[in-house]
Design a protein around this ligand. Sequence first.
Ligand code: NIG
Ligand code: FE
Length: 416
Amino acid sequence: MKATLVIRNICEMATPLGSSSRRGSDMGKVHVTADAAIAVNVETIVWAGPQSEMPRIEGPAPEIIDAGGRAVIPGFVDSHTHFVFAGFRDEEFFWRAGGLPYMEIHKRGGGIANTVRSTRSSSLEDLVAVGAPRLERMLELGVTTVEGKSGYGLDSVTELRQLEAMKILDARQPVDIIGTFLGPHSIPPEFEGKPGAYIDFVIRDVLPAVRRHGFASFCDVFCEQGVFGLDDSRRFLEAAASSGFDLKMHADEIVRLGGAGLAAALGATSADHLLKASGEDLDAMAAAGVVATCLPVTAFILREDYADARGMIDRGLAVALATDLNPGSCYSHSIPLAAALGILYMRMSMEEVLTATTLNGAAALGLAAGRGSLEAGKLADILILDAPSYRHIAYNVGMNVVGTVIKRGKVVSVRN
Ligand code: NIG
Ligand code: FE
């Protein structure tokens, strides 16, 4: 066996296994190995298991990292964020704290529209400059792959600019970025009261340009009362699918419209939020293999009831946990907080949370074949925790328990 890097003296290696999403009771079947080692060749894991069984390394001596009796897990995959945006909306946080609902702020022309104004007046360089430090902070928290959405332009130029900023950032720093075109995130002022006409415009003028530039893998829509209804959402997603995009949805977050059922009918890769999704629609998602992405930090900040992750897992769904980092409903990229909320308020087990933030996050991006677990053939995206057990991920509420981050076989972040 050839290796460029060996991580040894791991007191506990914890990982889900497999090359696709783990569903239902399989989500809890995390593989835990005591006294483990991992061998990496260039950017790929070539061996992971009990240290005493590691095959001999042939050829040049590898770099050795001594984990010093700490726990090791796969890199986190944050499969739902809106991390490229300009400006802040701190005032809305306090309005909501005072009782004003999120959708009421939206109706009064604040909310997403507010961020659209500042993002439209930002250059490509500005957007790269706001995205870069956010990615650095996420990497320190152990995020090795992140999804990022457009949706703060709502015009052709700014939507493309947001996605281009992500392409530039992807090439410049270690975190892998998966772009999602979220043109139908809100109705821009130019189309006020005319969601259908805006969808026509997006399908005709923006979608083909996003395709041509190769800026995004996914298309997404904010399917919600007062934003885009089921018919407009379907029309956009069908056009996106026939242009070759994979699909995501913001579904059944505030009001039960049946977005989860639409995601199932269209074979979306994931449906996200799902606070109000019906049992029938969740069953349809399970049957169609749609990943259910729960965003508990958003529910926490909006003071909404949490999505029923326990019920989803018991129905046989694959649940992913993500942060939803955005300037409005969730100004937080805290995977550790999401993990703790998963345990405390969504009745997930620690093992299910680990699967939901790694392998199932990768599955929500169509990437589970190549990352999201610690096994031969997967990308070497590996976290050494400042803790003896993976259980500390949730136990350290909101604090960072990640010490060393290895991305594609290279040490990219060390916290002392
Ligand atoms: O996922 N719900 C719609 N989109 C975002 C919020 C965007 C914003 O408020 O800026 C979300 O919560
Ligand atoms: Fe979102």
